[in-house]
Each structure stands twice: as C-alpha cells, then as structure tokens.
Design a binder for this molecule. Structure first.
Ligand code: TUI
Length: 311
C-alpha cells in the first residue's frame, strides 16, 4: 500500500499545481496525513530551494517535489532536489528519463506521471519506483486517455505500484481506483477549496462549476491543458483553429494561470481544474477534506458487499 511505501497516514498524494502548491500548502497536506508536493512549474532552482527549506521547517512529515519537465530550469531543479535530500519526486508534462540515474544514485524515489501504457513501460525500465497514472479528466496538462481505461491497462503492463489520478475526489473514486488495481490516488481539484489553499477567492468559484464546465485547449500545439471554460478558453479555441505558434498560444495559458491564481482574473486567466469540479460543493479545512475522503472510502467499501449480493 502507498502509505507504507511513503510512510504516510493516507494513500493520497497531492497533485502538483503550479503557482498554488507552495511550501505552506504542501506542508499542510503532509500534516493532514497525505503526501504534500511542492509544485515547481513556475519556479527557478533557487526559488525551489527556498520552498523546500520552508517546507522542512513547517512539517516533520514526508513531502515531495514535482518537476514540471517543460520548465526551462528543470535540470537545475533536479540538482537542488538532490542537494536538499527530498525523499520523493513526482514528474509531469514530459519524460524524466534523463534524470532517473541521478535520482536513483541519491536514493530518491521517483513517481513519474504517465498518460499512456507506452510511457509507463519505459518509466518502469528506467527505474521508476511507482507510477502516477493520470487520466484526461484532470486539470492542467492532460493526456488523451480516461482514468477508467488507462489505469487497468497500466496495472497489467507493469510490476511497480500504480497510483490513479484524474476525476477522483471522494470514497467512490478511491474505491474505484483500488478496484482498477491502483494502491493509492493523486488528487488536486478537490483540494482547491481547502481553506488553506492560497488561491484568490474567485478561483474558489470551482464550487459553482458543473460537470461540463471545463474544456481542453492547446491540443493543436501539443500542450493540452484542461481549465474552466471562460473568455480565455473561447478566444484560445478560436485562435487555435488558425494560429500555430505555440509561444503565442502559451501566453494565454501559462501567464494566465498566474492571473487566475493571484489576481482572481477568472475571465481571461487560466483557471485550471479537473472534470470532477462539478462535484465539489463546499469550502472546508484541508484536514476535513482528507478525513472525509477516507471515511467515505470505508463506507463505500462496506456498501459493496450489498451491491454484490443483489447482482
Ligand atoms: O503536468 C501535469 N499537469 C500540469 S503541468 C501544468 S503547468 C502548464 N501550464 C501551461 C501549459 C502547460 C503546462 C499544469 N498542469 N500533469 C502530469 C501530466 N504529465 N499529464 C500528462 C503528462 C505527460 C504528457 C506527456 C507526461 C509525459 C508525457 O510524455 C511525452 C513524452 O515525452 O513521451
């Protein structure tokens, strides 16, 4: 089980959310029983070092760092993570193969996020300790496959632990992930409404989103990103039909994330969130979110034998 592998209370990893998952946020998740992850998608190497050191001050529980592989500072960030002796690393938006040997040598556990069976197998061969298998229901940078179809196929294809991500926010999702062969989950969207989540109040309007309110932009330039439908996504999709410059389009998303998170500009900003946003109804403390997820997991598990009896 994931708790044993990581020495944490709950089998829950916090998804890396650029501009959101600061040292304080990651430490809070770790203090509440999950694995907090510092997101470095928008950080330099030295900013990453400061965040790691801050997190060490704030919690004595294990925490990890995510490397967003499209970040131009990714390689320096890897060195900082090794120097600071972070126990576990997750990676996203690319293939971390080039850094694997370095991490292994330093005794750091590596959990790459994978969107396909092919990359899952390559990562196992390269020495990954576990895989975070993420379906396109997630917020942010996404693959094509759904969690439901992808997780069992990866479970069948590899011999290392699998953690499911994408569309999971309560005990039903957690039990479904276990049923598909995962040993834990990674969640992001349901943590946006935590009282301790440092996003602008407007971003917390995630609670108003309904099931069909997110959309994927950037498919044409190979950077598919799921976010809340708004003026930006409408303009983006219009531009996308005739502009092919990745740089031009990225200005709308990457810069837009900061606008949404810090300035609360949810009209022209990039309000990344997953499809499960429609189910998120209330703002509450982080501890309550994680406790309720575990309590409902137990309740759903108990109810399953009744379902089976009635078949
Ligand atoms: O990385 C994420 N989610 C993210 S990163 C991010 S910051 C950003 N902002 C604007 C534009 C782009 C990024 C926001 N959300 N999730 C993990 C994830 N990784 N999902 C999919 C992948 C992935 C995709 C391709 C992993 C590996 C991969 O490999 C391709 C290859 O090289 O074989």
């Amino acid at each position: 089980m994931l708790n044993k592998l990581l020495n944490i209370k709950y089998p829950i990893i916090q998804g890396a959310m650029a501009n959101i998952a600061t040292a304080e946020f990651a430490a809070c998740v770790s203090q509440c029983g999950g694995l907090g992850i510092i997101a470095t998608g928008s950080l330099s190497a030295e900013q990453t070092r400061i965040e790691i050191q801050k997190c060490k001050q704030l919690t004595n529980q294990p925490f990890g760092v995510n490397i967003m592989l499209m970040n131009p500072y990714a390689s320096e960030i890897v060195d900082v993570i090794i120097e600071e002796g972070v126990p576990v690393v997750t990676t996203g938006a690319g293939n971390p193969g080039a850094y694997m040997a370095k991490f292994k040598e330093a005794g750091i556990k590596v959990f790459p996020v994978v969107p396909s069976v092919g990359l899952a197998k390559r990562m196992e061969r390269a020495g990954a300790d576990a895989l975070i298998v993420e379906g396109g229901e997630s917020g942010g940078h996404v693959g094509e496959m759904t969690t439901m179809a992808l997780v069992p196929q990866v479970v069948d294809a590899v011999n290392i632990p699998v953690i499911a991500a994408g569309g999971i926010a309560d005990g039903r999702g957690m039990i479904a992930a276990f049923a598909l062969g995962a040993c834990g989950v990674q969640v992001g969207t349901c943590l946006l409404v935590a009282d301790e989540c440092p996003i602008h109040e407007n971003y917390k309007e995630v609670i108003k989103a309904k099931d069909t309110d997110t959309v994927v932009t950037g498919k044409s330039v190979n950077t598919p990103v799921r976010s809340l439908k708004n003026q930006m996504t409408r303009e983006y999709l219009k531009l996308e039909s005739h502009i092919e410059s990745r740089e031009e389009l990225e200005k709308l998303t990457l810069g837009g994330l900061r606008k949404a998170v810090h300035d609360g500009d949810v009209k022209t900003g990039s309000v990344m969130m997953g499809q499960i946003a429609g189910m998120i109804q209330e703002k509450k403390p982080m501890q309550q979110i994680l406790n309720e997820m575990m309590e409902s997991t137990e309740a759903v598990y108990q109810s399953l034998s009744k379902v089976m009896e009635e078949i």
